[in-house]
Design a protein around this ligand. Structure first.
Ligand SMILES: O=C(O)COP(=O)(O)O
Ligand SMILES: [Mg+2]
Length: 227
């Protein structure tokens, strides 16, 4: 029997616009070190690559390289602030909640596959009252190898009780699209996320600019294209 479609969402830059709270955590660290805050638009392109990448880029902009011990201290400070303010300003992208409602009503299961730590992903989704929608929430530390490794998507599918032949990955970055490609799963690139590079655009099965395009028919067509 063919399984119901499983729609797997990346989190940062795909399902939730987390950049404002990530930028606030970064600016907290910069402030402690006596630096001026960065504007959200400067930080946004780095927001999908994790705290270490955001800190590295911010100090690079100031001509500085943090030593590993200083980086570990900054990471601790960043994550402490972020956890305490995880959904002060983070919100689901426009139209994604009705799109998930329609997918679920049409029989699709939903899951999250994120390079955020699972605990932070769950805290964010709990705070926004979204966790119950997902058959699985699979973070970077849930698996041995995170995206772009295909194992991250394969483990998400297994935990959600889905199958590779009926799964579709929705993401905003090359890591999402490459992981899907390597797992043999069709992918949808959202072009409003944090890091849609050229390679991701080429490799994605399709691109969307608006969640009103993410219909049950689009998902069944993508699944059928791999059958
Ligand atoms: O936190 C990160 O590194 C990126 O998270 P994402 O995989 O949900 O975009
Ligand atoms: Mg992302």
């Amino acid at each position: 029997m063919t399984k119901a479609p499983l729609v797997i969402f990346d989190l940062d830059g795909t399902l939730i616009d987390t950049a404002p709270d990530l930028a606030a955590a970064l600016n907290h660290c910069l402030g402690v070190d006596g630096h001026e805050a960065d504007a959200l638009e400067v930080v946004r392109p780095h927001a999908g690559h994790g705290a270490r990448a955001m800190l590295t880029a911010a100090y690079e902009r100031r001509g500085q390289v943090l030593s590993e011990p200083d980086m570990l201290l900054a990471l601790d400070r960043f994550l402490g602030h972020y956890e305490a303010h995880i959904a002060d300003a983070s919100l689901p992208y426009a139209h994604v909640v009705p799109a998930m409602d329609a997918l679920a009503a049409a029989g699709s299961a939903l899951a999250v596959c994120t390079n955020k730590r699972e605990g932070l992903a769950r805290l964010l989704l709990d705070t926004l009252d979204l966790s119950v929608r997902f058959a699985a929430i699979c973070g970077a530390d849930t698996v041995q190898n995170r995206k772009p490794h295909p194992g991250h998507i394969e483990e998400t599918i297994a935990r959600a009780g889905g199958s590779r032949g009926s799964a579709v990955m929705i993401g905003d970055s090359a890591a999402d699209i490459e992981a899907a490609d390597a797992a043999g799963v069709p992918s949808v690139l959202v072009d409003f996320g944090y890091a849609p590079d050229e390679g991701a655009r080429r490799k994605a099965s399709i691109q969307i600019s608006d969640y009103r395009s993410l219909t049950p028919k689009l998902i069944t067509d993508l699944v059928a294209s791999r059958a």
